[in-house]
Write a protein of this length. Structure first.
Ligand code: ZN
Ligand code: ZN
Ligand code: ZN
Length: 162
């Protein structure tokens, strides 16, 4: 898989350019951009990390078995990223390479909800500088980082109603 996309141009050109970039990635892998795959990308474009049941809820015309198969294809081709945390279903989101939106995840340790969150630019730069030193010490070159933030969501913090 050698197709690469420039995130800045995609961000500037909106959804049309994103779909074009998805098509490019799929073609490079010998895969067709079918209407069902297009529908899944569309759903993921409009929301944060979703589980398969949540995707099916958004698009009731998608059959579960084919949606699952199409998601797997999108993950294999690097269009979609599969996010897995300890206790819940896998969640899916468009790869940062396509959206050009570097971000982190707030994870609820109780119900498994995952919410996208941006860190201040200054903190990102500080993180990269510190991680660069850590990586270098072990002979690594830093490519990037994944960092999850754990806590309890508002619903899990709310007092139980009787
Ligand atoms: Zn929660
Ligand atoms: Zn995310
Ligand atoms: Zn970051």
């Amino acid at each position: 898989m050698s197709a690469s996309v420039t995130s800045s141009s995609i961000a500037a050109n909106g959804d049309g350019a994103l779909h074009a970039a998805v098509r490019e990635l799929l073609i490079a892998a010998g895969v067709t951009y079918t209407s069902n795959r297009h529908a899944i990308v569309e759903v993921l474009l409009s929301a944060g990390p979703l589980t398969l049941p949540e995707i099916l809820h958004e698009r009731k015309d998608l059959a579960q078995s084919s949606a699952y198969r199409n998601l797997s294809v999108l993950v294999e081709t690097g269009v979609v990223r599969r996010i897995v945390h300890d206790h819940d279903h896998a969640r899916f989101e468009l790869d940062e390479q396509l959206t050009g939106h570097h971000h982190h995840h707030l994870v609820c340790s109780q119900c498994g909800l995952v919410v996208d969150v941006d860190l201040p630019m200054a903190l990102e730069q500080e993180l990269d500088r510190a991680l660069e030193r850590v990586a270098t010490r072990s002979g690594f070159t830093l490519d990037g980082h994944d960092l999850d933030i754990r806590g309890k969501c508002t619903r899990c913090c709310a007092p139980v109603r009787s």
